[in-house]
Design a protein around this ligand. Sequence first.
Ligand SMILES: [Zn+2]
Length: 268
Amino acid sequence: MEEIFRKSSCEICGSANLNEFASIGHRKIAACRKCGFVFSNEFNPLKVSEAYNAGPGPVKMSGLEKDARIRAELIKTLARCRELSINHKLLDVGAGTGEFIAALHAIYPALEIYSIQKTKSAQELIRDRIAPGALIGTDTDSLEHINKQFDIITMLQTLEHLNSPLKTLRTLYELLKPGGVLFITVPNINSYQVMLRGIDNNYCFSNETHLQFYSRKSLEAMLLKAGFKRKKRIIPGRCGNATGIGMAIQFALRILCISNELRYIAFK
Ligand SMILES: [Zn+2]
């Protein structure tokens, strides 16, 4: 018999008063009536793994892996918050195929980079790109066995895939040195795309590996609950290929917090 995972309460506020409002493939989606957090309260873990491994290549690549401009922009943002040219220890959780850490390593070779990646074929790509030993874990459970502390932790487009995001954020908080920073990005449930396309939105709801759906409010609440005292929303001035009026519109969407992605730096 196939295992089905069920959640009966909200991970942020603990309320069991849930409004199950959608059923998408193997997932049921609910909103907490108390704090508004939206998450999958029922899903099939086997289907999640299948969705990860589907696609034409060994791993499905996201925009972050395909687009060098996105990586460059993220690195610039990170460099504004933390010195990267010295031998800081950096952990990338959910490293994808390693394109981001490879780009970081190319610009800042002094950084000591470590990564966590679940998909086996992606692990091999990371091993090819970064010096051996950089991969120190294969899932979020392995975070608890790491006996290092980090100056910087990056978790790009990963938190939405996790089954127990608050637990993971608490572990990351513990893994940071005092004064360390967490750089995090997630899809935005209040984006104009979701407004236009609802649950058919590919970037947010219809991706079968997404289990949590964050708004500015719920992400901030979860970061605070995990222990982070200070957090800062990052509004990128320019990224992507839009110019002129297109660029102005993109910037306005970000200011209004209705662009596709939420970006935060959280400080320990
Ligand atoms: Zn709640």
